[in-house]
Design a protein around this ligand. Structure first.
Ligand SMILES: [Zn+2]
Length: 63
């Protein structure tokens, strides 16, 4: 038996055992397994894009 109420995924609305993704501002977003994986992947891409842009700005390179 698993504990915890089933919450609809905030992305695809699937009612399933969800993972709570800790978003910005410690906001907890209920996501199903599939959306959770996609969300994390997207966050990683966004993070690195930001990071690379910041590095380039600091280096003073203009394209
Ligand atoms: Zn989902």
């Amino acid at each position: 038996m698993t504990t915890g109420a089933k919450v609809g995924c905030s992305h695809c609305d699937t009612e399933a055992a969800t993972n709570h993704y800790h978003g910005p501002g410690l906001k907890r977003i209920p996501l199903c397994r599939t959306c959770y994986d996609q969300y994390v992947a997207k966050e990683m891409v966004a993070y690195w894009k930001d990071h690379i842009a910041e590095e380039q700005r600091r280096a003073g390179t203009s394209s």
